[in-house]
Write a protein that binds this ligand. Structure first.
Ligand SMILES: Nc1ncnc2c1ncn2[C@@H]1O[C@H](COP(=O)(O)OP(=O)(O)OP(=O)(O)O)[C@@H](O)[C@H]1O
Length: 298
C-alpha cells in the first residue's frame, strides 16, 4: 500500500534567489571561472536499469529541472547530492510520478525504464502502475497505524498475494532483509507505532522491499534518525545494493561516499557531474563539483 498511499503535499519551499536573478554579472564571473562549463557525465560501464534523458520539470510556471540526464545502474546505489533547492527531491519524485498528484505540474523528456525502454513520465503511462513498480522510502518514517505484520503484508495483498503461507514467507524475508526480524519476530501482531524511530524506518524499508520493486527511491532516509539508527540503515545499503536498484537523495556527502556506487551532483535544477563515487569524491571533473565537495559553496 505504501506506494499508493497519498503522501503529504510537498511544502512550498523558498526558492533560492540565484535561481531567479537575471544577474548577468554573476553569469559572467562564473563563466570566467569555468563554473558554467558543460556537465560531465561519465557513462557507467555497467548495465542500466533506467536512463533519465533530457528531463525538464515545471511546478506551474517555475522550471525546477532543466534537461537533466542521469544513468541509473542496475543493482547498485545512485546518490543525488547538491545544495538545498537544487532539485534533488524534484528529480527523485519524477521516478514514481508523485508530482502527478498535484495540479499544474508538467514533465518534458524521458525516464526510460530498461531494458523495456518504457518512458515512465509519458502521459500514456498510468502513474498508479508506475508506483506499483517503483517503491519509495520517505525522510520521516511513516508506518501505517496497523500491526508490524500488516505493514508489510498489505502491499502484497494489493498486488494479489493473499495466501497465508506466501504472505508469512514474504513478510519474514522482507523483515530479515531490512535487518529487523530478530527485533520484532515475537511481536509481529503488535502495533508498528510502538517501534523506535529507527525500527519504524527499517519497517518502512521492509514494506517497500516486500513486493520486489524494480527501483527503490530513498528521500533522505536517515535525516530524522540518530547516529546509531543511521549506521544500521547505512549497513543495510551494503546488503541491498547487489540485489536492488536504488536512487537516494542525501544531504550528507560522507553518506553518499560511504553507500553509493555512483554520485550525481546537481545545481539550480541542472546536472553538473555524474560519475563513479570513488572518482567523484577523489577526482571531481567539474570545477563546481570541486567547490561543493571542498565546502567552498552550498
Ligand atoms: N511544490 C512546489 N511548488 C513550487 N516550487 C517548488 C515546489 N517544490 C519545490 N519547489 C522548488 O523547486 C526547486 C527544487 O526543489 P527541491 O525540493 O527539489 O530541491 P532539493 O534539492 O530537494 O532541496 P532540499 O535539499 O532543501 O530538500 C526549489 O527552487 C523549490 O523551491
Amino acid at each position: 500500500m505504501s506506494e499508493l498511499a497519498l503522501p503529504t503535499p510537498p511544502i512550498e519551499k523558498h526558492r533560492p534567489s540565484l535561481s531567479r536573478a537575471p544577474a548577468s554579472n554573476i553569469d559572467e564571473d562564473e563563466k570566467e571561472q569555468g563554473l558554467t562549463a558543460p556537465p560531465v557525465l561519465v557513462h557507467p560501464k555497467r548495465e542500466l536499469r533506467a536512463d533519465v534523458r533530457k528531463l525538464s520539470f515545471w511546478y506551474g510556471d517555475f522550471q525546477a529541472l532543466h534537461a537533466v540526464n542521469l544513468p541509473v545502474v542496475n543493482n547498485g546505489v545512485t546518490a543525488l547530492i547538491g545544495a538545498s533547492g537544487c532539485g534533488k527531491s524534484t528529480l527523485l519524485r519524477c521516478f514514481n510520478r508523485m508530482h502527478d498528484l498535484y495540479p499544474g505540474t508538467r514533465y518534458d523528456g524521458d525516464i526510460m525504464l530498461l531494458p523495456e525502454e518504457k518512458n515512465i513520465v509519458s502521459v500514456k503511462i498510468d502513474p498508479i502502475m508506475v508506483r506499483l513498480r517503483i517503491g519509495m522510502v520517505f525522510q520521516k518514517p511513516n508506518p501505517f497505524p496497523k500491526s508490524i505484520y500488516e505493514n508489510v503484508a498489505s502491499g502484497l495483498r494489493v498486488r494479489g498475494i493473499t495466501q497465508r503461507a506466501a504472505l508469512d514467507e514474504r513478510v519474514e524475508s522482507s523483515l530479515r532483509q531490512a535487518a529487523l526480524w530478530d527485533e520484532v519476530k515475537d511481536r509481529l501482531h503488535q502495533s508498528a507505532l510502538g517501534l523506535s524511530g529507527g525500527q519504524q524506518q527499517r519497517l518502512c524499508i521492509a514494506r517497500t522491499l516486500a513486493p520486489n520493486p524494480e527501483i527503490i527511491l530513498f528521500d533522505e532516509p536517515t535525516s530524522a534518525l540518530d547516529p546509531i539508527a543511521t549506521a544500521k540503515i547505512e549497513d543495510l545499503f551494503h546488503d541491498l545494493r547487489s540485489d536492488y536498484t536504488i536512487v537516494i537523495v542525501t544531504h550528507n556527502m560522507q553518506q553518499a561516499a560511504r553507500i553509493s556506487d555512483y554520485t550525481a551532483f546537481m545545481h539550480l535544477g541542472r546536472m553538473v557531474e555524474f560519475q563513479a563515487t570513488d572518482d567523484f569524491f577523489v577526482n571531481p571533473s567539474h570545477l563546481r563539483t570541486e567547490q561543493y565537495i571542498t565546502g567552498r559553496f552550498g
